[in-house]
Ligand binder design. Sequence first.
Ligand code: HSE
Length: 313
Amino acid sequence: MASFSAFAPASLSNLGPGFDSLGVALEGWGDQVTIDLDKEPGFSVIYDANSVWAGTTDPLRNTASVSAMHVAQLAGYRHGARLCVKKGIRAGSGLGSSAASAVAGALAMNAALGSPFSKAELLQSCLAGEATVSGAIHGDNVVPCLIGGIVLVDADDPTDFLSIVSPENLHFAIILPEIEVFTQQARSLLPDQITLHEGAVWASNLARLAVAITNGDIERIGRLIMRDEIVEPIRAGLIEPYRDIKWSAIKAGALGCALSGSGPAMFAVCDTAESAAFVAQAMQKACTDHAVHCLSVSSRVNMHGAYVGQRHV
Ligand code: HSE
């Protein structure tokens, strides 16, 4: 029987004040899942020899197989499947690693079954996979990963979302320190309640950020991603070089710098590719000065999201 592969990109989420609601798909990094249908019942997971990361092979805990099983159930498919996962994104990175595997798993399974579902119809399956590891249904990685671009999702119901027009000259410098921060743990640190004033400030920052993105106002985007006064200050404590990375990004010319998702990845906003490459190097130096190994890259908005097929690099 034929193999079916799908690739799903890494993503930045939250972008400062957009906790659980704002995310962007990235060019470059991503996960690939290949599926072979099996007449025997049951799902199994292995990792590709070239995978940069290997996680659980328990099909009930792996985000790729959970979303693939969800698709199979929707389609009424009662046999089994073998999944091979090639992770380009490290788990616990803050770059939507679990979301990318969930999305690639759902898309590959859909392709293997003859593509009965549209991307929109696969969203629930992708969210089910993501929830396996994050302990909550949040769509700010899954939705941009699936459809591409910059997306605002309803934090209560991620199946309701809006795509925002992406500015042409929006560039990101991204650093991934070798520190593990798992979403479930990073969420457990957050307060259950905030004051009305905090809520008002937060809402106004997110609303202005969304308009700044639509207007292509990169300088204001940079300023506003640094205006989360509730979630990021708590999580920053999990990342020792946080302050120095941020300071070095701004000093090197970035217009703003923030955590991606629950971290440890951080991203800086720049208005040219050259500036993003320079800022990425400065962030990397700040991190290694703390004796923390890291990867740094520059990237842009990925407008297409996940797709069926192998990635050609
Ligand atoms: N919005 C999620 C959070 C993203 O911040 O917990 C997880 O990467």
